[in-house]
Design a protein around this ligand. Structure first.
Ligand code: ADE
Length: 356
C-alpha cells in the first residue's frame, strides 16, 4: 500500500471542473517515504496498543469485505502522536486500497477538496488530518460527498445559477483531530465510527521501542527499551524519536548498545526527566508556580510568557501534563496540581511552613 501525501494542493486550473480532462495528473501526487512511514506498522498484529479500537476495526473491516461495500467514514481523535495516521494506514493496507493523505489547512480553496474528491477511486481512503480546521465551504462540499457520494456544484450566478450533481466513487473518509469538540455537529454526525485514541502504557511503549529498534537495526536490551518507554509520555511518536537520539549517544559515547544506564544517561543529557517532561513542560509548570502562585492563569498569558503559541501549548504540552495529573484545567485557567509541585521538588503554598 502506498501512502500518498498531498499537502501541496493539486494545482487545478480555474474552470477545470467543467472540462472532461482528468483533474489530477499522476505527477502531482507525492509519495510519502519519511522515517515515520518506514517504521509504521502495516497490519493489526504489528500495530501495538489501542486494543479496543483494533478489535472493533477487525470486525468492521471483515463486515465491509463480506458486504463488498466501502467502510463507513471514521473519525479518530486524541492527542498528537498516538497513531491516528498509522491506524488509518493499517486500515487501508488491510482493505488493499490506497490512502490519500491531506490536512484541513491544505484545503483552503474549494478546488483543493473538489480536486481530491474527483481523483479518488472506488473504495479508496481519504485521510484528512486536523479535520477540525476545515473551513465552512470545504465542509459543505464534504456533506453530500460523505452522505451520497456526490459533488453538488453550482454554475452561473444568482437567477441563472444551476446545481450540478456529479457522482463520486464510493470512498471512505477518515478524519483525525486533536480537538473533537471543535468539529461542527453536522460534520461529526456524518461519521459512522468515532473513536478516541488512548495514551499507551509503559509495556506497550517498550514493545514499540523494541519493534522500531529491530527495524532500524539498533541494539537495545529490554531494560533499555523500558527506560525509553518510561520517558515517552505515553506516546509512540515520542518513543520513536527518543530511540533515535539515544542510539546516537550509544554509538558515539558508549559501545553502540542501549541498556538501561545508556538510555537513562542519554535522556538526562537531553533533559527529558523521569516523567518524560522536557524543558518546555517544566518551564510551563515553573512559570505558573513562580509567577502566578500556582494558578489559575489563562492559556494566553502562559503562551506569551513562554514565547510559544497557544496551539502548541494546548496540543503538545498540555494533554500529557493533564493526563499525568501535574496540571489542572479550571474555568479560570490552568493550575499546577500538588503532584506538579512535588514533581518539581517544590511545596504547595498551603504546605509551606507546616511542621508536619
Ligand atoms: N509506531 C508508532 N506507533 C506504533 C504502534 N502503535 N505500533 C507499532 N509501532 C508503532
Amino acid at each position: 500500500m502506498a501512502i500518498i501525501s498531498d499537502n501541496e494542493g493539486l494545482g487545478i486550473k480555474k474552470g477545470s471542473m467543467q472540462k472532461k480532462n482528468p483533474i489530477v495528473k499522476p505527477e502531482n501526487i507525492e509519495y510519502d517515504n519519511t522515517f515515520e512511514n518506514s517504521i509504521r506498522p502495516k497490519n493489526f498484529d504489528s500495530y501495538i496498543g489501542q486494543s479496543a479500537l483494533k478489535e472493533t476495526l477487525k470486525i468492521t473491516l471483515e463486515a465491509a469485505k463480506l458486504r463488498e461495500k466501502p467502510l463507513d467514514h471514521m473519525l479518530f481523535y486524541g492527542p498528537p502522536g498516538l497513531g491516528k495516521t498509522t491506524i488509518a494506514g493499517v486500515i487501508a493496507a488491510q482493505m488493499g486500497v490506497e490512502m490519500r493523505i491531506t490536512s484541513a489547512p491544505a484545503l483552503e480553496r474549494p478546488r483543493d477538496i473538489i480536486g481530491i474528491l474527483m481523483s479518488l477511486k472506488g473504495g479508496e481512503i481519504l485521510f484528512i488530518d486536523e479535520i477540525h480546521r476545515l473551513n465552512k465551504v470545504a465542509e459543505e462540499i464534504l456533506y453530500p460527498a460523505m452522505e451520497d457520494f456526490t459533488l453538488d456544484m453550482t454554475t452561473g450566478k444568482s437567477q441563472t445559477a444551476k446545481t450540478l450533481r456529479v457522482p463520486l466513487p464510493k470512498f471512505t473518509l477518515i478524519g483525525a483531530t486533536t480537538k473533537a469538540g471543535e468539529l461542527s455537529g453536522p460534520l461529526r454526525d456524518r461519521f459512522g465510527m468515532i473513536h478516541r485514541l488512548e495514551f499507551y502504557t509503559c509495556d506497550e511503549l517498550a514493545q514499540v521501542v523494541l519493534r522500531t529498534a529491530g527495524i532500524l537495526d539498533i541494539k537495545i536490551s529490554e531494560e533499555g527499551a523500558y527506560a525509553i518507554a518510561r520517558r515517552s509520555r505515553g506516546t509512540p511518536r515520542i518513543a520513536n524519536r527518543l530511540i533515535k537520539r539515544v542510539a546516537d549517544f550509544a554509538l558515539v559515547k558508549y559501545d553502540g548498545v542501549i541498556d538501561e544506564t545508556v538510555a537513562n544517561e542519554s535522556l538526562d543529557i537531553l533533559k527529558i526527566d523521569e516523567f518524560g517532561l522536557d524543558t518546555t513542560d517544566r518551564a510551563l509548570l515553573s512559570l505558573i508556580i513562580d509567577k502566578y502562585d500556582g494558578g489559575p492563569v489563562g492559556i494566553e498569558t502562559i503562551a506569551a510568557a513562554l514565547s510559544e503559541d497557544v496551539r502548541t501549548i494546548e496540543d503538545v504540552c498540555e494533554p500529557y501534563l493533564l493526563q499525568a495529573g501535574l496540571l489542572q484545567r479550571t474555568p479560570r485557567g490552568r493550575k499546577v496540581s500538588p503532584e506538579g509541585y512535588r514533581h518539581l521538588g517544590m511545596k504547595m503554598p498551603s504546605e509551606q511552613g507546616r511542621l508536619f
